[in-house]
Design a protein around this ligand. Structure first.
Ligand code: ZN
Length: 531
């Protein structure tokens, strides 16, 4: 047990931790008048901000949760820390050295577990970054330079190299005073037959940071073709790393996301780098999991995604079949945002990293600029499957697209898209098209039954690479799919993994299934619309 932190120190920590600044690391705050600020509450799901901060009094309060307190209480809650841990965290931030009163205090153990794990990750990040310059790291440097990254770019993102040895990091961290238990708990080492061994060996590494910029995990790409491990390997879930609510690059992007009211979701670590270096500083990616509810919540807070503010979330896809299936997930996620969601598709199948290499940074900016509302994209994809030259083809396309439109929750928007559909089909009969869409919406017209979203077929196949979590969407992997259906997740054996997106392309390829939410696999409760 750690000793008790002196009251004077606690007061000093409170004084030197400006509440708006600390809370501003986690959510966007806007002026609410009367000397207070407001934002979307991080402790409950809400559409309009009821979370208030009064900097002059050093207090926050959420009117919906009916909960509030000072800056320490906020950090306790948001990071799930004990009181002393929260004080330690804020002390670290403010550069205050804490003193502990005697009483059960064991010297050398005064730091909380969280601080120890953060320190281990930080030490590992420095170790790996340093090794990137070693002769043995040539394949890592080549990998980066082949993708158009200078060494300085790599350093800016903290890239590193894990030596192809069993105990390089383990020995280094032991020498720095970390225990085997800490190495295992942080995920930096895994249990070998005779003690901990390095988790990452012979790989290029990206440190994954939380919103405050602390390193909490790593993503690692294999470099040796003879390596039998997965292409991308991530830190497993640890007390620090909850991948379902972490977005790679969010620490760098959060201010621009708030400022531009835009977030761009890409697939891989290299895509995030390419975007940021190309003038799209709002890019983020998931790390070894599909884009889900936790990511939505995080982005909504950063965007201040509320009724009265306009923002946009742009999902990028490389335009192949897998990417198109991933759009289905975007469609579902659309309903979780108040902000409008868009799809940016590169027709020639290039991801942002390839785009920047082949066509320069303008092409990356252009990809984002050519975004299309997700509903429009889904409808047009459906139309593209039909021959619109014939009456039969147009009618079939109308029914297929109408089933997609029928899924739009907002009635007004549904009607607008029905009218657009009439135009896109060239039918010039709005009433007819509207009626058809409304029939589908009311369930009067039955569509084809389950086309591909069969949990039995979906489980693991195609997605469930036994190697476990992959990269942030399995960048450049053969099983490549959109950012919202990252190969990384691949929850092996999970029924209906990644829903529509993960299922190898059935001929009926997907959008039709949207009309039948009941048919979708049950494995994705977290992304099902909540309203
Ligand atoms: Zn609340």
């Amino acid at each position: 047990m750690a000793g008790r932190i002196r009251d004077e120190d606690i007061a000093m920590v409170r004084e030197q931790s400006p509440i708006a600044e600390v809370i501003g690391e986690y959510l966007q705050l806007r002026n609410a008048g009367g000397g207070s600020l407001k934002g979307l509450c991080p402790f409950h799901d809400e559409k309009t901000p009821s979370f208030n901060v009064t900097p002059a009094r050093g207090l926050w309060y959420c009117f919906s949760c009916a909960d509030g307190g000072d800056v320490i209480r906020f950090v306790e809650k948001v990071d799930n820390l004990s009181f002393p841990e929260a004080v330690e965290r804020l002390a670290g931030r403010a550069g205050i050295e804490l003193t502990y009163e005697q009483g059960g205090h064991v010297p050398g153990q005064e730091h909380s577990q969280r601080r120890r794990l953060l320190a281990a990750n930080q030490a590992a990040a420095e170790f790996y970054a340093d090794r990137l310059h070693a002769p043995a790291a040539a394949p890592a440097r080549d990998f980066l330079s082949e993708r158009g990254f200078e060494l300085a770019d790599a350093e800016g993102f903290g890239c590193g190299y894990a030596p192809a040895e069993w105990e390089a990091l383990t020995k280094h961290l032991r020498g720095r005073g970390f225990t085997d238990a800490e190495l295992l708990l942080s995920g930096l080492a895994s249990q070998g037959r005779r003690g901990p061994v390095d988790r990452f060996r012979g790989r290029l590494l990206w440190p994954i940071r939380d919103l405050t910029g602390d390193v909490i995990a790593f993503g690692a790409r294999k470099l040796d073709p003879d390596d039998n491990g997965p292409k991308y390997l991530n830190t497993p879930e640890t007390p620090l790393f909850k991948k379902s609510s972490v977005l790679y690059g969010a620490d760098l992007a959060k201010r621009e996301i708030a400022h531009r009211r835009q977030a761009v979701i890409v697939e891989g670590y290299t895509d995030v780098m390419a975007c940021h270096l190309s003038g799209v500083p709002t890019a983020v990616a998931t790390s070894g999991t599909s884009f889900g509810d936790g990511h939505v919540k995080l982005l909504r807070r950063l965007l201040m995604d509320a009724d009265q503010f306009l923002g946009e979330v742009v999902f990028t896809f490389d335009g192949d079949a897998a990417g198109q299936r991933a759009v289905l997930r975007a469609f579902e996620l659309e309903e979780r945002f108040v902000t409008q969601t868009f799809v940016a598709v590169q027709a020639d199948g290039l991801d942002p990293c390839d785009l920047r290499c082949k066509h320069g940074p303008e092409a990356v900016r252009d990809l984002v600029a050519r975004r299309v509302p997700v509903f429009e994209f889904a409808i047009r994809s459906e139309l593209a499957k039909h021959n619109l030259e014939t009456n039969e083809g147009r009618l079939a396309a109308l029914d297929a697209a109408a089933r997609v439109i029928a899924r739009i929750k907002d009635r007004g928007l549904r009607d607008r898209y029905a009218i657009s559909l009439d135009r896109w089909l060239g039918m010039l009969d709005e009433e007819f098209v509207l009626a058809r869409v409304r029939e589908h919406a009311s369930g009067a017209l039955a569509g084809p039954r389950r086309s591909f979203a069969d949990p039995a077929a979906g489980g693991g196949r195609g997605a469930g690479r036994p190697g476990g979590p992959g990269g942030p969407g399995g960048a450049d992997g053969p099983a490549r799919r959109g950012p919202i259906a990252s190969a990384g997740q691949a929850t092996r054996g999970g029924p209906g993994v990644a829903g529509a997106a993960a299922v190898p392309g059935g001929p009926a390829g997907g959008l039709a299934a949207l009309a039948h939410p009941a048919d979708r696999p049950r494995a994705l409760p977290t992304i099902l619309p909540t309203r």
